[in-house]
Design a protein around this ligand. Structure first.
Ligand code: IPE
Ligand code: IPE
Ligand code: MG
Length: 268
């Protein structure tokens, strides 16, 4: 890691955690369900939209920290297909903040070698946002550092529905036969095609649920739930989650040599 001092100042507890991380103990891909903006605002007697505004700072800091940690990918859940159910003014504010974010952060993404990649049913977003997204994709497409995926009008189920529709249409036109379909084929036809599955999924605000995020991709993700409300989430919280991940033992359904004691075997 190059930018260590900017990630965590020397002598701080976070720096100690970072110093203990080895490249192989780091997650390649971190996914985050950013939750708790509304509650953050309510605690302060502010309207919900102020929580969303404050949440932008946390997005900016987290993207930067992920780039400094040299992660391969960061996927953040910004707007779900179910979030259209919210009051019109709240949806409008979220879309306005997204436009503002794209305009302000494009430069930072370009300068930090970040590749921007929106996922979700983007065609249902307003044209101006679609243009902003396309521009950000285009201007960052040659970058080789962190891939920053932002999930907009996204849900895991709608993504799977779209995939099934595509497969049926392709089968009808005889471009696809059932035996072509295996797990690799499915992964390669999701919006996240080409990215490794998330190793670590973080959800803020104390809710213990997935809320329709990356259902296929998180099959073996390690889960990290924190009570911190999204606007209060800092680089320190990301480092803590990553350090916690580094201590986990992943088994993928198998057994790990030298892992946890197998009592039956020990008794033999
Ligand atoms: C997360 O914060 C932001 C989005 C879903 C866009 P919320 O707005 O869900 O905040 P709470 O859960 O009401 O506190
Ligand atoms: C999940 O948060 C969606 C995003 C973070 C964009 P929600 O606040 O919408 O989820 P629920 O309603 O608590 O499950
Ligand atoms: Mg919420």
């Amino acid at each position: 890691m190059k930018d260590l001092d900017r990630l965590a100042a020397p002598g701080t507890p976070e720096r100690e955690l970072v110093d203990r991380l080895t490249p192989s103990s780091l997650p390649r891909h971190v996914a985050i369900i950013m939750d708790g903006n509304g509650r953050w605002a309510r605690q302060r007697g502010l309207p919900r939209v102020e929580g969303h505004r404050a949440g932008i700072r946390a997005v900016r800091d987290t993207v930067e920290a992920a780039a400094r940690l040299e992660l391969e990918a960061l996927t953040m859940y910004a707007f779900s297909t179910e979030n259209w159910k919210r009051p019109r003014w709240e949806v409008r504010t979220l879309m306005a903040l997204l436009k503002e974010y794209l305009a302000k952060e494009l430069r930072t993404m370009v300068d930090n070698n970040i590749r921007f990649r929106p996922i979700g049913r983007l065609g249902e977003l307003e044209p101006e946002i679609q243009q902003g997204l396309a521009q950000a994709v285009e201007l960052t497409s040659k970058n080789t550092g962190l891939t920053f995926q932002i999930a907009l009008n996204y849900s895991g189920r709608s993504e799977l529905v779209d995939l099934v529709r595509y497969a049926v249409a392709a089968a009808h036109s005889e471009k696809l036969s059932p035996d072509t379909i295996d797990e690799e084929w499915v992964a390669a036809h999701l919006t996240t095609a080409g990215m490794p599955d998330p190793d670590l999924l973080i959800r803020t605000s104390g809710e213990l649920r997935i809320s329709n995020f990356l259902l296929w991709q998180i099959a073996y993700a390690e889960l990290h739930f924190t009570p911190v409300l999204w606007p209060d989430f800092t680089t320190r919280d990301l480092i803590q989650a990553v350090a916690d991940f580094a201590r986990r033992e992943r088994r993928y359904g198998g057994v790990v040599e030298g892992g946890h004691d197998n009592t039956e075997e020990a008794a033999e």
